[in-house]
Ligand binder design. Structure first.
Ligand code: SF4
Length: 332
């Protein structure tokens, strides 16, 4: 997958970093527009919702200044701000839109050494083996096609860090990761959804069969593996779609994945902001908000009503135990 950008917006100091210089020659044919702060580009904040897809074509370069870790109690111990935030894909439910609104375009941070050094330092601070989620703000496999940050991260952490790194992805460009000396210290998690939902909702991401091939290849390369069935979207024919998804996983995941990987399941939440942007920027797209099945969850967010959610969880657990028998770590 080759991401095409139209313009680069950059904090001038990024050119003092090797990655900034590398990107400067890689995208020398594009306009480079200086900005004061990657966090606040007034003309983008003021753009109308209809310009959302246009904004996604920009690449923003900056220095990450905030390095605050957030406690997490799922796969990882901490959510860690890492080398990017935002994304050039356009999943209609993307939670980053809740955080960044229209400014959920891809932002790359060139001070990767500083960020990884902190992770390595924190990893040695305790007797426990900690897990650091480095992909909660973007998709690092997609980012890696531009920066080559992942091979460097995975091998540096394998050599110097304690515990694990982990990140989820919706992309299949994992070839550069296969030969790495990772020492099983990076947990690779692939997000899956029914092929029809990927086509209609996860715009610009890799197709389901390519994601499954990528998981099999990463497992063969001895990475610890997780599978995220997420976000679960209860469209009218959800039973048929998710039953077909689990059939396909049972038929095409390798035996090694089935024996060693774990599953996470996350039901979709949706927000007023996403609904407003999607309605204006993607007028023909599938509508994810459904008044009949969803209810408010505070601060402009919606989730599925309890009876439907419980029915769906029961159905999915039953299908998984019949066809896949992989451990389910949690359902939220
Ligand atoms: S791939 Fe992930 S980060 Fe990118 S738009 Fe989709 S949900 Fe958002």
């Amino acid at each position: 997958m080759n991401i095409k950008f139209d313009e680069i917006y950059y904090e001038p100091s990024v050119l003092n970093y090797p990655l900034g210089q590398k990107l400067h020659s890689k995208y020398a044919n594009l306009s480079w527009i200086p900005i004061d702060n990657h966090n606040n580009i007034p003309q983008f904040r003021q753009a109308s919702n209809t310009e959302f897809t246009k904004l996604k074509q920009h690449l923003i370069l900056g220095i990450r200044k905030t390095h605050k870790y957030t406690d997490n109690h799922k796969v990882s111990d901490y959510l860690v701000p890492y080398t990017s935030s935002g994304c050039s894909a356009m999943c209609l439910y993307c939670y980053l839109v809740c955080n960044y609104n229209k400014c959920s375009y891809l932002r790359l941070f060139v001070n990767r050494e500083q960020m990884l050094e902190k992770i390595i330092k924190v990893s040695h601070r305790t007797q426990n083996s900690l897990t650091f989620e480095i992909g909660s703000n973007s998709d690092l496999v997609l980012e890696n096609t531009i920066t080559d940050n992942l091979p460097w991260t995975i091998e540096q952490f394998a050599q110097k860090g304690k515990g694990h790194l982990t990140f989820p992805t919706k992309f299949d460009m994992i070839t550069p990761l296969l030969p790495l000396e990772h020492q099983k210290k990076t947990i690779f998690r692939m997000s899956v959804n029914p092929a029809e939902i990927i086509r209609k909702v996860e715009l610009g991401t890799s197709p389901l069969d390519a994601r499954i091939n990528a998981v099999n290849a990463m497992c063969d390369a001895e990475y610890p593996i997780g599978l995220l069935i997420a976000p679960i979207i209860l469209v009218p024919n959800w039973k048929q779609l998710y039953s077909e998804l689990i059939d396909q996983l049972a038929d095409t995941l390798s035996e090694k994945v089935k024996k060693t990987a774990f599953i996470e399941m996350i039901f979709m939440t949706y927000s007023f902001v996403q609904n407003a942007i999607n309605t204006e920027a993607f007028p023909g797209a599938l509508t994810l908000y459904d008044k009949a099945t969803m209810t408010g969850r505070g601060r402009g967010k919606y989730c599925y009503r309890n009876p439907l959610r419980e029915e769906a969880e029961g159905f999915l657990r039953q299908q998984l135990s019949k066809k896949l028998q992989m451990p389910i770590l949690y359902v939220v």
